[in-house]
Design a protein around this ligand. Structure first.
Ligand code: MF3
Ligand code: CO
Length: 294
């Protein structure tokens, strides 16, 4: 097949775990994939497509991930340190039989990313960082449960924030909705980025190029890379079973970022303008998509 993987025999069990014969299950589906590949489309290899059992596992992981963010949402307030948030995330996750995915991931020292104001992503929680009225902060949680990965992030406005900050946070959330609205099963991944980008620009904002979403489920970061600077009708085909995140980082000012922080992680806007991000995790279905984490 196009992906170099072997297909089962017609009368053998399907690869999806349904227990049905291949010819009664994914044979037609696989033929469609092969035809698309022959027509020159970029078709995700079948080992990226999640089986129903894998999706159930990812949902159990996501249940904890969503719970962590809800827990933070109930407590975050002026005067809280990002270290305190890290503690909440760590303890809640472990108490629910799961592991915070960021902890020790490529050397990341904490259980969650906390990105305040001009920090684009990968902010490291610190006891010296106190959230103050007017701050906007992204809390990016990722969870491993029974070897399944989930990942989502939300913005929080600390007390009363400026109208500019509130607008950026709202438009970024709406951009994710617009991206979800661009999903058509058997369409193209680039449709999502094109829609997100157009929406951000209409509102006078810019979209970070260097970071994006990613496949996820059996690993923290799988293919495909999900850019939000793409043309419609380009990129991989949105095949049912493909599981990935939509997580645009949107800047109030220039698109450029600064990755020179000596800690090797914290990314800032180059012009120190405000930036926001929301992240959801989804799986493509025959009818559209199903949200898994938010
Ligand atoms: N949660 C981030 C993402 O959406 C990844 C953070 S990597 C870490 O992909 F090591 F900083 F946690
Ligand atoms: Co992510």
């Amino acid at each position: 097949m196009y992906d170099g993987l072997q297909s089962p025999g017609r009368n053998d069990e399907c690869w999806c775990g349904s227990g049905k014969k291949y010819k009664k299950c994914h044979l037609d589906f696989d033929e469609r994939l092969e035809e698309l590949a022959e027509a020159g489309e970029e078709v995700p290899p079948r080992d990226l497509l999640k089986t129903p059992a894998e999706i159930e596992g990812i949902k159990r992981s996501a249940e904890v991930n969503i719970g962590v963010l809800d827990y933070v949402a109930e407590r975050i307030a002026p005067g809280v340190t990002t270290e305190q948030i890290d503690q909440w995330v760590h303890d809640y996750t472990v108490e629910h039989g799961a592991i915070p995915a960021p902890l020790d991931y490529e050397g990341f020292p904490k259980s969650v990313c906390t990105s305040v104001n001009e920090v684009v992503c990968h902010g490291i929680p610190s006891p010296d960082e106190v959230l103050r009225e007017g701050d906007i902060v992204n809390i990016d949680c990722s969870t491993i449960k029974d070897d399944f990965f989930s990942d989502s992030s939300r913005m929080f406005c600390i007390g009363e924030v400026s109208p500019e900050a509130a607008d950026l946070v709202r438009v970024t959330k709406e951009a994710v909705q617009v991206g979800l609205g661009a999903i058509k099963p058997w369409g193209h991944l680039g449709d999502i980025g094109a829609a997100v980008n157009a929406y951000a620009r209409e509102h006078g904002y810019t979209v970070v190029r260097e970071f994006g979403g990613h496949g996820i489920g059996l690993e923290f970061h799988e293919d495909p890379f999900v850019s939000f600077v793409t043309e419609a009708g380009t990129g991989p085909i949105l095949v049912p079973g493909l599981c990935f995140t939509i997580e645009p980082m949107i800047n109030a000012g220039a698109q450029e970022i600064d990755m020179t922080d000596p800690n090797g992680w914290t990314v800032r806007t180059a012009d120190r303008s405000l930036t926001a991000q929301w992240e959801v995790q989804l799986v493509i279905t025959e009818d559209g998509y199903e949200l898994l984490s938010w």
